[in-house]
Structure formats: C-alpha cells, structure tokens
Design a protein. Structure first.
Length: 66
C-alpha cells in the first residue's frame, strides 16, 4: 500500500514539474515577443520619418514572431 502512494506522489510531482516548465516556456516566449513589439514601436516612433536604422525592422519582426 505504501508503494502505491509513493508512485502517486511521484507521478503528481512529475506532472507539477511539467506544468511549471510549460508556464516558464510560455512566459519566456511572451517576453521575447513583447520585446520585439516594443522594438518595432520604438523604431516607428524614433526612426521611421527618416527611414534610418532599417536593420531594426527585421530584427524586431523576428523577435515578435518568436
């Protein structure tokens, strides 16, 4: 009877670790996308009228899509 409970607790802890890892990955992805969007917004505000620093656009888009 003790081994069944140990297996159940072990299974539960593995599930919890998997959920936490998934949440961390989602948060990381959200933060990377947010940084890309902010970079594009900053480029639009700062450099778009003169069309300078164009390398920021594809860099920001790549971050935004990730």
């Amino acid at each position: 009877m003790g081994s069944d409970e140990e297996e159940r607790l072990e299974r539960k802890s593995k599930e919890l670790k998997k959920i936490v890892d998934t949440c961390i990955a989602c948060l990381w992805s959200f933060l990377v996308s947010l940084s890309g969007a902010l970079m594009l917004g900053w480029w639009g505000y700062e450099y778009h009228p003169t069309n300078s620093q164009l390398w920021l656009v594809p860099f920001g888009l790549i971050l935004f899509v990730l």
